[in-house]
Design a protein. Structure first.
Length: 55
């Protein structure tokens, strides 16, 4: 992710429009990307634990 070069102020509530899947999607912010990567890592640990206990 590149840091923004200018400040983008929120003028209306269309920022949340990406939460409704039928509307135009919005870009993910850094916190959401961090949560997604943590969830992927957690899922992999759970998958490997299930596999190891299954053996």
């Amino acid at each position: 992710m590149e840091p923004p070069t200018e400040t983008d102020m929120i003028d209306n509530k269309s920022y949340l429009s990406g939460l409704i899947p039928l509307k135009k999607p919005r870009p993910l912010n850094a916190i959401e990307i961090a949560h997604l990567s943590f969830n992927v890592e957690t899922n992999m640990v759970g998958t490997l634990l299930s596999l190891s206990f299954g053996q």
